[in-house]
Each structure stands twice: as structure tokens, then as C-alpha cells.
Design a protein around this ligand. Structure first.
Ligand SMILES: Cc1cc2nc3c(=O)[nH]c(=O)nc-3n(C[C@H](O)[C@H](O)[C@H](O)COP(=O)(O)OP(=O)(O)OC[C@H]3O[C@@H](n4cnc5c(N)ncnc54)[C@H](O)[C@@H]3O)c2cc1C
Length: 324
């Protein structure tokens, strides 16, 4: 008989996150497919108010302890591993989020079990869990037969709609009294995103830059173009990772979903994780020197050229048309 399905129901500032509801929706399907219970694992120092939102689960396994008041991956991993050693879940679903990252790295090692990372989907096939996961930075997708439990599945955002897991409860709560060692890591605080930066989800015109922009020195060119078009600059993940634009400007799976009237993609390859965040734009124009770049599959208009030729020309023409 397989063990139960666990979802680490992450919460932030008093409420479960969307990612927790998405994972609960997936967990519900797996639990029903295996004929076992879905349990939401809730860690914190005062989790009493969370149960009512977690009705997708059959039961809540809650640990309240002062050492769990801040989201420290190491403490959470040790706590969940101690619970798992006793209760032997089939799989532990952990949402891939800023909060979840540390836990994902540590939990399989603490439990001593396998992990499937970047899970896009999972289902029960012939009584076993199979997971579809992204590998090679998202360039390939694989199917993994998850070995008999326990195993950790790190679940990508958007695997299921949050609404599907947002069911009011409350399910019965199993409060576990545990001695939790606070460990050596201290949570120093949370910093809100810089105030005053542009909200790219509200822009009608976005000039998106990808790695093809070539370097920070060329970002100014895109900014000039965006200003002439009355919009803002956003970017793909490599652009953000290299610090050419702030995090608040990232479009895609792990960034923002945008829906502007015009999305001008400059030197963006069109990887699925990027396209997921911009495919609903009303008009997509792509400039890419590779005529086979995947971005041209979603673009309404495409320019197969060097952006460093096209953008100055566009700026000149907009200026000549009196746009400045
Ligand atoms: C779990 C996960 C989440 C992710 N989340 C995101 C996300 O939220 N957002 C995101 O963007 N990515 C995300 N990624 C990364 C994604 O898979 C791609 O690696 C990334 O989108 C590629 O960015 P890019 O198009 O800027 O760079 P590249 O793939 O390197 O493409 C650069 C493009 O520029 C073109 N180019 C080069 N020079 C020029 C020039 N002079 N003129 C014109 N064209 C030129 C090239 O032909 C190429 O097509 C994620 C990946 C994973 C695994």
C-alpha cells in the first residue's frame, strides 16, 4: 500500500501562497489516483488560522514551534524529514518558489530519498506516479517513473491553476509536538521590491530584451526606444540574472505574466519559459538574427536581422516622425 501524498503548504504573511494551492490541486489528483489521503504539511509558529483555507487536503499535519516562525529551509527540511521517517509519505510535493528553493535542495538529503526537480506534471500510471520534468535548463522534457516512496517532487509554478486547490475546509488537523532545533541559520528579514519601479504588467508597450542585446551597455538603446514608444523595458531571465535589469522586469514562468498591446522582443530566443509570460500580448514583433529562432513561432511580425542595426534605425525614424 503506498503512503499518503504530502504537500508542503507554504504560507506567507498569514496566508497559503498560490503555489501551495497549485501543488494541492496536483496532490489531490495523485492521492485520488492512488487511493490514499492528501495531507498538507504546515510549519510555523502560529498556523491555527491556515487550516480553513486548506480544504483540498484530507488532513493537515501541523508543527508549531518558535524555531519555525521564519521560512528557513534547513529547519523546515529537518522537521519534515523527522515527520517523514515516522509516517512514510509516498511523495512530498514542494512548490518551486523563492521560499521553497532552500527546502528543495535539503529535503531529499535529509530524508535520504530521490527527488524529481522541475516537475511540470505528474499522474498515476498503473498504480505508480510518473512525473514530467524539465531538464537541461528547460530545453528538454523527460518522463520519470517515481520510485516507491518516499520521494520529493519539486513542482514548477503553474502546474495546476491555483483555483483548483483553493477549497475551503477545514480538514482535521493533526498537531505534532516536536522539539525543533533552530540550527545556525538566522532569517535577517524580508526586503520589499524597490518602490517606484515600473509595473510591467500594466504597460501597453513593452520592449523586451534578451541575451542577444549583448551587454549592459546596449540596454540604454532599448530604453531609448521604449521611451519613444511610450512604454517600458523588460527582459528574459538571463538579462535579469546578469543584473542588466532589476528582477521586477523579468517576463516568464519565474517572472511576470504580461499582456501589453505591443511586445517588441529584441534578441529573445523564445524559450517556452519566456513565451509562457508573454504569449497573450496583442501584437508581438520579434527581432532576431537567427531566422529559425523559436520566438518567430509566436510573433505576428518578425525581423531576421541584427538588433543593433534595427533599433538605431527605428529610433531615428521615430525621432524623424516627431515622437520625441
Ligand atoms: C524553471 C525555469 C524557469 C525559467 N523561467 C524563465 C523566465 O521566467 N523567463 C525567461 O525569460 N526565461 C526563463 N527560463 C530560462 C529559459 O529557459 C531560457 O534560457 C531563457 O528564456 C533564454 O533567454 P534569452 O532568449 O534571452 O537568451 P538565449 O536563449 O541565449 O537567446 C538569445 C537570442 O538572441 C539572438 N541574438 C543574439 N545576438 C543578436 C543580435 N545582435 N540581434 C538579434 N538577435 C540576436 C540569438 O539568435 C538568440 O535567439 C527558465 C528556465 C527554467 C529551467
Amino acid at each position: 500500500m503506498p503512503g499518503n501524498i504530502w504537500v508542503v503548504a507554504e504560507h506567507w504573511q498569514g496566508s497559503p501562497t498560490d503555489a501551495a494551492f497549485e501543488a494541492l490541486a496536483l496532490g489531490r489528483e495523485l492521492a485520488d489516483g492512488l487511493g490514499v489521503a492528501l495531507e498538507a504539511v504546515v510549519l510555523g509558529s502560529d498556523t491555527g488560522g491556515l487550516a480553513a483555507a486548506l480544504g483540498a487536503a484530507d488532513r493537515i499535519v501541523a508543527v508549531d514551534h518558535p524555531a519555525l516562525s521564519d521560512p528557513i529551509g534547513d529547519v523546515a527540511a529537518r522537521t519534515i524529514a523527522a515527520l517523514a521517517a515516522e509516517r512514510r509519505p509516498e511523495v512530498v510535493l514542494v512548490p518551486i518558489t523563492n521560499l521553497g528553493w532552500d527546502l528543495i535542495g535539503l529535503l531529499p538529503a535529509r530524508i535520504g530519498c530521490p527527488m524529481v526537480n522541475f516537475v511540470q506534471d505528474a499522474s498515476v500510471v498503473d498504480g505508480r506516479i510518473e512525473a514530467a520534468s524539465l531538464v537541461y535548463g528547460g530545453k528538454m522534457s523527460t518522463r520519470v517513473a517515481v520510485p516507491a516512496g518516499p520521494a520529493v517532487l519539486a513542482v514548477l509554478p503553474g502546474t495546476r491553476p491555483a483555483e483548483a486547490g483553493r477549497i475551503t475546509g477545514p480538514p482535521p488537523v493533526d498537531r505534532v509536538a516536536m522539539d525543533v532545533d533552530p540550527g545556525l541559520i538566522e532569517f535577517c528579514g524580508y526586503r520589499e521590491p524597490e518602490a517606484g519601479d515600473v509595473d510591467i504588467t500594466r504597460q501597453d508597450v513593452l520592449v523586451a530584451i534578451g541575451r542577444g542585446i549583448g551587454g549592459q551597455g546596449n540596454v540604454e538603446l532599448a530604453e531609448e526606444l521604449a521611451e519613444l514608444l511610450g512604454g517600458a523595458v523588460c527582459g528574459s531571465r538571463p538579462v535579469i540574472d546578469q543584473g542588466w535589469l532589476p528582477m521586477s522586469r523579468q517576463v516568464g514562468k519565474s517572472g511576470h505574466q504580461v499582456k501589453p498591446k505591443l511586445y517588441l522582443a529584441l534578441g529573445v530566443s523564445g524559450a517556452p519559459e519566456h513565451v509562457e509570460g508573454m504569449r497573450d500580448a496583442e501584437l508581438i514583433i520579434a527581432v532576431n538574427s537567427d531566422p529559425d529562432a523559436p520566438i518567430f513561432r509566436v510573433a505576428h511580425y518578425g525581423v531576421g536581422a541584427d538588433l543593433l542595426d534595427v533599433v538605431p534605425e527605428l529610433i531615428d525614424r521615430l525621432e524623424a516622425a516627431g515622437k520625441r
